[in-house]
Write a protein of this length. Structure first.
Lengths: 179, 123
């Protein structure tokens, strides 16, 4: 469970939102969910907080720097061979992608849980979750890019409530963050 | 008369995508300006005098909802709609109660822009 919703429902909402991003925003003809539960890669990624009364989680979209470039160019309607985006534009594009995914998740669970969207943040290194966190990963191939979508939630405390909600995300970065 | 549109979004990428989608939807002849948050947008509504504002919801400084309320308080004559990831029934209700004419959920297609914006920009 994450909050009051079974984990498979979160995963289903995540998958649908990723497919929506891939097909509509990125124009990808090929989007395949290739697995779940992989270790969190040491890749850059964009994160956004979903905060509710008894639920707090971070949604992340992580990919290698090369695949971040592939995804960002798709979002912007650029060709793969176009010059790579500068770091600030890459971060901005990744933030917009996680914004779309998180918004899709929020919409899909809204009948059960009321959530507020934070503002996205781009980070150059992998998250370092503590034992109080649970991580659920979905591996996805979008066109030639491989990415991991991550749900990072607070384990419920003994009284059944998440404690010390994850920090509200900061405004999107205009440059690559530090690990 | 050329129609004027103000795009308000904190994401440079999204502002570019909205611009492109406007062209694809048949609004390439419109004059378009951009703002990165609600504070900038307010200043540009006063100076640029757009016919239509397309605003994101979640932004730093001043979000789109607060921008819409401020537009109402100042009695600025501009059509206003959201282009946002906020698509729940509750958020839609809030938007329309505050005076928004439409709410387009990201991700979107040019056909949605054409359907929603054509009646608003006709003439």
């Amino acid at each position: 469970m994450i909050g009051t919703l079974p984990t498979p429902d979160w995963m289903a909402a995540t998958e649908h939102s990723v497919r929506e991003l891939a097909t509509i925003a990125l124009g990808a003809e090929d989007c395949r969910i290739v697995g779940h539960g992989a270790e969190v890669p040491h890749d850059p990624g964009a994160y956004l907080a979903l905060l509710g009364k008894d639920t707090s989680l971070q949604v992340g979209l992580m990919a290698s720097e090369r695949d971040c470039q592939v995804l960002a160019k798709m979002l912007l309607g650029m060709a793969p061979e176009d010059e790579d985006l500068p770091a600030s534009d890459l971060a901005d594009a990744m933030c917009e992608m996680i914004n779309v995914i998180a918004g899709g998740i929020k919409r899909r669970v809204s009948g059960t849980i009321d959530l507020n969207l934070g503002l996205p943040l781009f980070v150059s290194g992998a998250p370092q979750p503590g034992h109080q966190h649970e991580i659920f990963t979905t591996e996805v191939n979008i066109a030639s890019a491989s990415a991991v979508v991550l749900l990072l939630s607070q384990r419920p405390a003994e009284d059944g409530h998440a404690r010390g909600a994850l920090s509200r995300s900061s405004p999107r970065s205009d440059s690559l963050g530090k690990e | 008369m050329t129609q004027k549109i103000l795009i308000v979004d904190d994401s440079k990428a999204m502002r570019l995508i909205v611009r492109r989608t406007l062209r694809q939807a048949g609004f390439g002849a419109c004059e378009v300006e951009e703002a990165a948050d609600g504070v900038q947008a307010l200043a540009q509504i006063e100076s640029f005098r757009p016919n239509l504002v397309l605003s994101d919801w979640n932004m730093p400084e001043m979000n789109g909802y607060d921008l819409l309320q401020e537009v109402g308080k100042r009695k600025l004559a501009v059509k206003f709609g959201f282009v946002t990831t906020e698509g729940t029934p509750e958020m839609r209700a809030r938007a329309f109660e505050a005076g928004a004419l439409f709410l387009i959920v990201k991700p979107f297609l040019p056909e949605q822009f054409a359907e929603v914006l054509t009646p608003l920009l006709a003439g």
